[in-house]
Design a protein around this ligand. Structure first.
Ligand code: PHB
Length: 395
C-alpha cells in the first residue's frame, strides 16, 4: 500500500528536480520549451573577430529560416573562451553542466577544442565545430555527436604545394604559430609540396599568440628561399602581412599561406596584402548567386563584409536547422538527428558540400589572390577534398 508520506515525498522530489532542471529529458525539455544553444567562442584576443563572424553567420542562417529550430524558440548562452586552452574544459562545462545547453557550438582554437571535445565525448552533448581544425576530432577521436562544418587543419594546405611548384617556387621556408593548427597545417603543406618536387629548407615557429616576427623575418631574408608559406590567422595574421612588407620581403620573396592568412584582415593589412596567394575552402569572389545573396544579406545585417568564418558559422546554422527540422525540435531523438545531419547537403556560399563518414566537410579548395582588399578566386586547387579520417571508428 502506498503511504501518504511516500506520495508526498515523491512530489516533493519532483518539485525539487524541476527547480534544479534534473527531470528526465522528456519532461524537463518538453517540445514547447526553448531550445538551448551554447556559443563558446573567442570574443577577446587575437581571434576575437573570428568569434564574432561565426556568431553572426550562425544567427543569420537561423534567422533566414524563421528564427526557430524544428519549430522551437531558441535561447542563447554565451561564453568567451579567450582562445585559452587551459580553460577549455571548464568553459565547456559552464555551458553543458550549468546552462544545460542542448547543443554546443564552438570553437576557433584547436587547443580549446580539445577541452570541448572531452566534454562532448563524456556527456554526449551535440557538438558542432564551426572552425577549429584539430585532426583527432574527426580522426581517431571522432564521435557520433560531434560534427565539423569547417575543415581539418591540413585540408587547405594539402592544395597549396602543387600551386607553388606550378609558379616555379622549388625551395620554401615554412613559418607558423607552434600549436596544433600550425603543426597540422604544416603536415598538409609538407605532403603536397614535397610530392610536387619542392624542398622545405627551414621550418620556423613562435608560440601562439606571439607576434614578435622581426627576428624570424631577418632569418628568412638571409635564407633567400624561392617563397614563404605559412599559417597565421586573425589579428596576428594582419600583423604578419604588414611586418613582412615592412621588412622589405614583399615583392622579393612571394608569400603564400593557408587561406586564413588573408581572411578578415584585408582592411587591417591594407596594400601589404596585395598579391598574397593562398588556398582555402572559400573566396570572396566565388561567382555564384548563392554566394552573392549571402554576401549581400550579411553586409546588410551586420554592416561588415563576411569572410570564411562567417560562412562556417552560417553553415553550422544550416546544418542545425536541417537536423532540428528532421526531428521536429526533439534533439534527444539522437539516431534520427545524427542520420539527418550525416546525410545533409549544405547549400553553402562556398559551394554545396556533404559530411565525410568522420563528420568533416568534403569540399573544394580554391586558389585565391588578394587584390584590392578582396580574396579573388583564380582557380580550384583541389576538387571535393576529403580528410583521411584516419582511425575514426564511430561507436
Ligand atoms: C585552429 O586553431 O584550429 C585555427 C584557428 C584559426 C584559424 C584556423 C584554425 O583560422
Amino acid at each position: 500500500m502506498t503511504s501518504r508520506r511516500l506520495v508526498l515525498s515523491r512530489s516533493a522530489a519532483l518539485i525539487g528536480a524541476a527547480s534544479t532542471g534534473l527531470l528526465l529529458p522528456g519532461l524537463a525539455r518538453a517540445q514547447g520549451a526553448k531550445l538551448r544553444v551554447g556559443l563558446m567562442l573567442p570574443y577577446t584576443g587575437t581571434f576575437a573577430q573570428l568569434g564574432v563572424a561565426i556568431e553572426n553567420g550562425f544567427r543569420l542562417a537561423i534567422d533566414e529560416q524563421g528564427g526557430k529550430l524544428g519549430g522551437r524558440e531558441i535561447e542563447y548562452f554565451k561564453v568567451d573562451d579567450e582562445s585559452d586552452p587551459s580553460k577549455g574544459i571548464e568553459n565547456a562545462n559552464k555551458l553543458v553542466q550549468r546552462d544545460k545547453v542542448d547543443v554546443l557550438v564552438g570553437t576557433v582554437h584547436s587547443g580549446v577544442q580539445m577541452g570541448i571535445h572531452k566534454v562532448a565525448r563524456d556527456t554526449g552533448v551535440l557538438s558542432l565545430i564551426p572552425n577549429a581544425g584539430v585532426h583527432v576530432a574527426t580522426r581517431a577521436q571522432c564521435a557520433p555527436n560531434v560534427f565539423r562544418t569547417s575543415f581539418s587543419n591540413s585540408q587547405p594546405t594539402r592544395a597549396l604545394g602543387a600551386a607553388m611548384i606550378a609558379k616555379g617556387h622549388k625551395k620554401a621556408v615554412w613559418i607558423t604559430w607552434k600549436y596544433a593548427a600550425g603543426d597540422e597545417a604544416f603536415e598538409g603543406f609538407k605532403e603536397s609540396y614535397t610530392a610536387a618536387g619542392g624542398s622545405i629548407i627551414k621550418e620556423l615557429g613562435l608560440p601562439f599568440p606571439n607576434v614578435e616576427f622581426q627576428a624570424l623575418l631577418t632569418e628568412i631574408a638571409a635564407l633567400k628561399p624561392d617563397a614563404v608559406a605559412c599559417f597565421f590567422a586573425g589579428g596576428g595574421a594582419a600583423k604578419f602581412i604588414r611586418d613582412y612588407a615592412a621588412a622589405g620581403l614583399k615583392g622579393k620573396i612571394p608569400l603564400y599561406g593557408s587561406g586564413f592568412l588573408t581572411e578578415g584582415v584585408l582592411e587591417a593589412a591594407g596594400a601589404a596584402a596585395d598579391g598574397v596567394i593562398t588556398t582555402l575552402h572559400y573566396g570572396d569572389g566565388i561567382d555564384t548567386p548563392r554566394n552573392k545573396a549571402f554576401r549581400l544579406a550579411y553586409a546588410k545585417t551586420f554592416k561588415l563584409q563576411p569572410d570564411v568564418y562567417a560562412v562556417q558559422g552560417y553553415d553550422t546554422g544550416l546544418l542545425l536547422v536541417q537536423g532540428s527540422n528532421a526531428v521536429k525540435g526533439d534533439l534527444n531523438n539522437k539516431t534520427a538527428l545524427y542520420k539527418a545531419m550525416e546525410s545533409a547537403t549544405i547549400d553553402s556560399p562556398r559551394g554545396k558540400w556533404k559530411m565525410s563518414k568522420a563528420h568533416n566537410p568534403i569540399q573544394d579548395i580554391y586558389l585565391r589572390v588578394v587584390e584590392n582588399k578582396e580574396n579573388k578566386v583564380i582557380g580550384v586547387a583541389a576538387k571535393a577534398l576529403e580528410d583521411s579520417g584516419a582511425g575514426c571508428k564511430m561507436t
